[in-house]
Every structure is written in C-alpha cells, then in structure tokens.
Design a protein around this ligand. Structure first.
Ligand code: SF4
Length: 429
C-alpha cells in the first residue's frame, strides 16, 4: 500500500484509528471541510486558467472561473486523489467561493508553475510515478520551479543561492500558521517534491498560505549544503518512523488502537466512531478530572457537529428547550460609523490648531496609543500603506508588522490537541 501525506496526517492530527476509517473508504463528515474544499478547488482552477493563458487573470475572468467551478462542485462533486467525491452543499460551496474570491483579488494566482500536482517516491525515496506502486505520495497545491529573486543571506561556505524550487500549500482554516511548517505533511511534501523536481535547483522554499488570513509562512532549505542534507535525511527518517509506527499498531483484527480524547476534535469520523461513543458513555458519570477532561474534548467535537445541524434546523425558528430556546437571535452592538475617523481627526485638529504638520505628526503616536489598537488594526493600517507595492510591498509590510509586535504569554483554557502549542486566542481565565 502506498502512503499519502493526506492520510498520514489523519493519524497525526486525530488518532491511528482514523487511518483505519480512511483506508476502508468510510464516509466522512464532509460539511466540516466543504468550505475549504470549495475554496481550494476554485483557486486551483483560477491558477490553472492563468497558466493556460500565460498571464494573470482579469477580475472578470477570475469570477467566471470561480462561478463555473462552484457550479460543478454543486452539480457533480470533484475528483480527489483519483476518486470521485459526491456533490457538495451549495451554501458551503458559495462560502468557499467567496473566500477564494477575496483571496484571489488581493493575492492574484501566479500564471507560472503547476497547480495541484502529485509527487511520488519509491521505497528508496527516488522519484516514481504516482499510483499504487509508489511508497509515498504528496499533493502540492502549487509548484514553481527555478523561481528567482530570493534574497538569501548565505555564509561563504554555502556559496550563492541558485534556482529555487517553491512548493505552496493553501490552507483555508483560521488556525493555519507557522506551526504548519513543522508538520509531517510539510516534510512529506519537501522530501517527495525535492526528489522529483529538485535537480538543477539549490534552494527549496516551502510556503504555507493561509487564504483566510491572507498570510504566507515560509521556510527555506538548502538541500545541497551539509546542513540541508542532514535536515532532509532527518525528515525522511521521521516519515519512515511514522509509517512503521502506523503499520505495527495494527492489532490481530487489523485495526489500529483508538485513543478517544482531545484528538477527536475535528475528526471527520467522529459520528461513526464506536470507541469514541463508548468512551463518552462510559465516562458519563465519572468525576475523575482526567476522565472529565477527555469527555470535554469529545463533547467539543460533538458540539461542532450539533451546531452544524442545528444552524440548519433552527434557521427559521428557534427551537424551544427547557428554560429557553436554541437558534439565531439579534444582538445589538455599538460599532463606529464610517464617519468616525473623520470626526476624531477633526477634533484632534481643532485641539492642535496652530501647530504645523511636524507638530501634528509628533502628536500621532499619542493619538494611536490612546486608541489602544490591536495587532489587526496595525496590520490593516500597514496594508493601506503598502497595498500597491506587490510582492515587495507585502514583504515590507510583513517586516514592519514584525517590528511592531512582541509576544506575551497569556492564560488560555480549552482543548489542545497533541502536537499543537498553546495560543493566546482561547478564553481568558
Ligand atoms: S473519533 Fe476520536 S477515537 Fe474515533 S477515530 Fe476519530 S480521533 Fe480516533
């Protein structure tokens, strides 16, 4: 059997038993992924269309391609890894389409390289055709070879940087960030991609692109240097160990162990997973902190499923429950009017009357400080400043933002799946 970055990822992100579901072709909870699937498929088609035409697409062409792809997904579904997947729900496809359009408008899909391409290697990690005979396969969302213009600072031993092989992975989840660069999927993409296309290149650039946040995270490897060779060898070993571990985990019945707990959050097989259901039932009355923590993890995953169903069911009318109801309700919130910046600037101007422009500028840090702006506001302020600067402008924007930010550790509470580090965006408590 060949191993795929997408399937091995299931075991890493959820549990080994999820791989059993995958391997026997069990249906998985699609609604959870449909928005991302649609956004991916649309960006892929927009990219391919740009390559076909040999230029960046006009906005009208991007929209036409997006509409056509969205209709196909709703009508016929899509081909994924050689298999036909059923049609997707239209509301989720449209949400994905909108997400893709916002991204493609701001970050046009480049008309070079290849979109959605497979890289495969045999047991010796040598390139081979993708298919059943391959030992390991990865899908690359966008591959660009002999990319120029990477400004690398290399020491003398490494010599000058040559042509760059760039492998991009588009992510639609809110949470995708630089941690993705260290995950198994990235290692598989790097190892298979370099084996297939690395010849005549000196640099491997791996990028993770969060299309929702429109942020790019990247790491650069020099596989032809001593350090780079060592890193790639280590990644190959990591992959082999992961595959071996998943093979020896099988019990006499051929099934791998299920480990219900935090890993169930977001697992596409939760709805049909008996060990997870049994575990939840068994732990129902336990007061052991460990049991309760595990239960919370499963309930959180279940909560996501229930929310999806109930949003549909309660779309028109709230559903009554003892003591209240479940459904949509309106909530008033005070937000600034469009004229608010002008009003505030006018008031400041009046207070500072008589001062010259330099005086006004000198007062600006005080004004910004008094507003208590967060990272998002500084980011938006910078994007206004650099929005016409293309890739160079975005790079400057990233560097300017990095110079303005510092890291604070805050207490968070919630379910933290293995392999993930804590973040400060949970409930404060
Ligand atoms: S639901 Fe939980 S126990 Fe079941 S396969 Fe998924 S992660 Fe494993």
């Amino acid at each position: 059997m060949n191993h795929r970055s997408t399937s091995l990822r299931l075991a890493g992100e959820h549990c080994a038993h999820a791989l059993d579901f995958y391997e026997r072709g069990a249906p998985y909870e699609r609604a959870h992924f449909s928005v991302g699937v649609a956004a991916h498929a649309i960006l892929e088609e927009v990219g391919k269309e740009a390559v076909r035409r040999g230029r960046y697409l006009l906005l009208r062409e991007v929209e036409e391609t997006a509409e056509r792809t969205a209709s196909e997904l709703i009508r016929e579904g899509r081909d994924f890894e050689g298999e036909r997947e059923p049609p997707l729900r239209s509301d989720l496809v449209w949400e994905g389409r909108d997400l893709a359009l916002v991204y493609a408008r701001e970050c046009p899909m480049p008309p070079d390289g290849e979109y959605e391409v497979a890289a495969a290697v045999n047991r010796q990690f040598l390139p081979c055709p993708a298919g059943e005979g391959a030992y390991l396969m990865a899908r690359i969302d966008h591959k660009a070879t002999r990319v120029a213009g990477l400004d690398l600072e290399l020491d003398d031993e490494d010599g000058a940087a040559g042509p760059v092989l760039q492998l991009d992975d588009y992510k639609s989840g809110w949470s995708a960030d630089e941690r993705e660069l260290r995950q198994l999927q990235r290692k598989i993409q790097a190892v298979t991609g370099w084996a297939n296309w690395g010849r005549d290149h000196d640099v491997l650039r791996l990028r993770v692109i969060n299309i929702r946040m429109r942020r790019v995270y990247e790491t650069v490897i020099l596989p032809n240097t001593e350090d780079g060779e060592r890193l790639m060898a280590r990644w190959r070993r990591d992959i082999e160990r992961e595959i071996e571990a998943r093979d020896v985990q099988r019990g006499p019945d051929g099934e791998r162990p299920a480990t219900p707990g935090a890993c169930c959050v977001g697992c596409p097989y939760l709805g049909q997973c008996e060990p997870a259901a049994r575990h939840l039932e068994r732990r129902g009355l336990s007061t052991e902190p460990r049991d309760l923590a595990e239960e919370l993890a499963i309930l959180e995953a279940r909560r996501g499923q229930l929310l999806g169903i109930l949003r549909e069911e309660a779309g028109e009318q709230p559903i009554p429950v003892p003591g209240g109801s479940v459904g949509f309700y309106a909530k008033e919130q005070e937000t600034p009017r469009a004229e608010a910046p002008g009003v505030l600037a006018g008031l400041w101007e009046r207070r500072l009357q008589g001062r010259d422009a330099a005086g006004l500028l000198a007062a600006l840090p005080g004004l910004l400080g008094s507003l208590g702006l967060g990272k998002a506001q500084y980011e938006r302020g910078l994007s206004h400043l650099y929005r016409d600067g293309g890739e160079e402008g975005r790079d400057r924007q990233r560097r300017a933002l990095a110079a303005m930010l510092t890291t604070k550790v805050q207490r968070s509470f919630g379910v933290l799946p293995d392999g993930e580090e804590g973040s400060d965006d949970g409930d404060q408590g």
